[in-house]
Design a protein around this ligand. Structure first.
Ligand SMILES: Cc1cc2nc3c(=O)[nH]c(=O)nc-3n(C[C@H](O)[C@H](O)[C@H](O)COP(=O)(O)O)c2cc1C
Length: 396
């Protein structure tokens, strides 16, 4: 058996085992499992953010927390949650609430996954390996970023749950092709092509702070491609360097090209319009993540929870639809599931957990969200994910 197939087999079995274990544990364990005492004191994602703020240098915290320009879209993602209200069902047996599901066929213990985020070592020295273990312990999926501070191979070795690989395509197309081959080889289950970043959004906090990567934080996937990708702290800073590297001419042909170089499922991340969603499905993608990059790209854009229903309708079951942006409570996640999302991705929440306590902090935040979703489902009269439908939400 090839290494790739062997790794896939191992990680599939591992993920399934963990998903089963977590689901079994869930019924016996109504409250989140205890972490270390300071992590156990975190009651919600906002507490984790406050802990991360204390743990991180200002520049790194702002790099994580910030959005583009006036940060209107960043705020709107949160405000959008209040534009929907829940209508709970009563007198349903919710003595056992089952959160287990699948993402493109990979079993996951809950419909909460980890969005790709650059440079986890800014939060914690354990970096992406710690995140991968935390995600695996929670029985869920991590999407590793092209610009991770740990190589995709090392993340795969550390991971105990399923992995997707997020792809940025830079000017040197051969590098993208090689990254795809490496992700396949290492056992990643899908490629997530981020399509909302033809150029980098203007993140003014980073300019104000003169933010630079510390020397210990590298763009690890690019080390083998030589020195040209390592000059991240050249004059003009990180944003200028990313801008220089990016291919600003990507089109729908790029999706076709990607299709031609891989047999892995393709997910497009960063779609908010129904016409783009339809086109993506016509181009043969298996998944869509409704996303505005957590408000870090086009400022003035729509909240993703408001964009979601049109995309779900346009896709009409021909691909799996996911959403990210501003999910901080289990009840937010329940609304997205009611609007047709298969699962929700979170970005900053797990980064806050990582900063607050490494692997255990990631697990703590995921446990908090899982517990909140479980409670919200029970209170809304849903024992299974299949009980969640659009009748549960109404515009506020
Ligand atoms: C610090 C940070 C780094 C990110 N890096 C990437 C990345 O490398 N690739 C990508 O596709 N999205 C990236 N994103 C966007 C996330 O994948 C996701 O869309 C967003 O964080 C979701 O919003 P939330 O943080 O409110 O949950 C990043 C987000 C943050 C906060």
């Amino acid at each position: 058996m090839s290494t790739r197939r062997a790794m896939k087999k191992v990680s599939t079995a591992g993920a399934r085992r963990r998903a089963e274990q977590t689901t079994r544990a869930e019924s016996a364990r109504p409250t989140p499992r205890p972490a270390s005492s300071s992590l156990a004191a975190l009651l919600n994602v906002a507490d984790a953010e406050a802990a991360a703020r204390r743990a991180m240098p200002r520049g790194a915290f702002d790099y994580y927390a910030g959005g583009a320009e006036d940060e209107r879209t960043l705020a709107r993602n949160r405000d959008g949650m209040d534009r929907w209200v829940l209508l709970h069902r009563v007198l349903v047996d919710v003595s056992r609430v089952d959160l287990a599901t699948t993402a493109l066929g990979a079993p996951i213990a809950m419909p909460i996954c980890l969005a790709p985020a650059a440079f986890h070592r800014l939060a914690h020295k354990g970096g992406e390996a710690a995140t991968a273990r935390g995600a695996g312990s929670a029985g869920t999926l991590l999407t590793a970023s092209t610009i991770a501070s740990t190589s995709l191979e090392d993340i795969a070795v550390a991971a105990t749950g399923p992995l997707w690989f997020q792809l940025y395509i830079y000017k040197t197309r051969d590098i993208a092709r090689d990254l795809v081959a490496r992700a396949e080889q290492a056992g990643y289950r899908a490629l997530v092509l981020t399509v909302d970043t033809p150029m980098l959004g203007r993140r003014e906090r980073d300019f104000r702070n003169g933010f630079k990567l510390p020397p210990s934080v590298k763009m690890a996937n690019f080390e083998k491609y030589g020195d040209q990708f390592e000059r991240w702290n050249a004059p003009g800073g990180m944003a200028a360097r990313v801008h220089e590297l990016m291919d600003h001419s990507l089109t729908w042909e790029t999706v076709e090209w990607l299709r031609s170089v891989t047999s892995l499922p393709i997910v497009l991340k960063g779609i908010v319009r129904s016409d783009d969603a339809r086109r993506a499905v016509d181009a043969g993608v298996q998944g869509i993540i409704v996303s505005n990059h957590g408000g870090r790209q086009l400022d003035g854009g729509e909240a993703t929870i408001l964009a979601l229903p049109d995309v779900v309708d346009a896709v009409a079951g021909r691909a799996e639809v996911y959403v990210d942006g501003g999910f901080r409570r289990g009840s937010d996640i329940l609304k997205a599931l009611a609007l047709g999302a298969r699962a929700v991705f979170v970005g900053r929440p797990y980064l806050w957990g990582l900063a607050a306590g490494g692997e255990a902090g990631v697990l703590r935040v995921l446990d908090i969200l899982r517990g909140e979703l479980e409670l919200a489902m029970a209170l809304a009269g849903c024992a299974r994910l299949s009980d969640i439908d659009r009748s549960l939400v109404r515009p506020a």
